[in-house]
Design a binder for this molecule. Structure first.
Ligand code: IPE
Length: 266
């Protein structure tokens, strides 16, 4: 049994899938990340992964984020959740075969939103899993919404909520860039990487950051940062590292110095 503060690891959908494809998982990357997680061997860990080319194209096709307007969308809601469970299955495969006591928790079965914001969370199972030393694994999902009927809940909103709810000691965000830049690293010539940012510095540069290029129904890098601010305000540091490069997630989990961007309250 453990009451220590958990670390929250978010793995972006653009890391574990090819965002330009459709239902294109990067199984070798998923395996390496499972290996790094096993090596870190944290006693208290929650993992959240994104949707990438599983959740986003399906959600976009049926307008799931905007809510229920037409009965024909219902199969799209079902399909969006389903493809997320397929991607989650691949992640679970890698984690469990690496001897991690990972346990999948579907957000759509324990979270209800209101206008896209988390309203209600049935967290009894999550609490017990953590206490017993399991590693709960959640993901961005198609969820029911009190006002919209349904919507898309981003993994980032979930991470921010869980970090505050369980007073996390830190959040590690694995993305497909080296961290936060002063310009879009996929478009700009000489973007500068921010190694450390306070909340007030982040506020100043937020308007300069671009959105993601491929289909992303939950707001790209800007949305990601905005979601994390309330957790940082509560004193929970965020380390953003390149999960596509070996060992960066491992080092961030261990609290070791690593290339990336650390965001702290002050
Ligand atoms: C999106 O989750 C989930 C769905 C579209 C159903 P995220 O917003 O956390 O996914 P990524 O990390 O941006 O791919």
């Amino acid at each position: 049994m453990s009451d220590a503060k958990p670390t929250i690891l978010k793995i972006g959908g653009s890391v574990i899938t090819d965002k330009n494809g459709e239902l294109a998982a990067r199984t070798e990357v998923i395996n390496r990340l499972a290996e790094e997680t096993q090596k870190a061997n944290l006693k208290n860990l929650i993992i959240v992964h994104g949707g990438g080319s599983f959740g986003h194209p399906t959600a976009q096709k049926y307008g799931i984020k905007e809510g229920l307007k037409d009965n024909a969308q219902k199969v799209g809601f079902a399909e969006t959740h389903h493809v997320m469970t397929v991607l989650n299955g691949l992640v679970m495969d890698a984690l469990v075969w690496h001897n991690i006591p990972a346990f999948s928790v579907a957000p759509s079965c324990c979270v209800v939103t209101e206008n896209g914001r988390i309203k209600l969370v049935e967290d009894a199972v999550l609490k017990m899993l953590l206490k017993m030393g399991f590693v709960p694994v959640l993901y961005g999902d198609a969820v029911l919404d009190e006002k919209l009927g349904f919507t898309v809940l981003s993994g980032d909103q979930l991470v921010s909520y869980l970090a505050r709810k369980f007073s996390a000691d830190k959040i590690v965000i694995g993305v497909d860039t080296d961290g936060l830049y002063d310009a879009d690293p996929k478009l700009a010539k000489n973007p500068k990487l921010y190694a450390h940012l306070t909340l007030s510095e982040l506020g100043k540069i937020r308007k300069k950051l671009g959105g993601s290029t491929a289909a992303d129904v939950t707001g790209g890098m800007l949305g990601k940062m905005a979601e994390l601010v309330p957790a940082v305000e509560q004193g929970i540091p965020v380390a953003m590292v390149n999960a596509a490069k070996p060992n960066r997630v491992y080092k961030a989990l261990m609290g070791e110095a690593v290339e990336g961007t650390v965001i702290e309250k002050e």
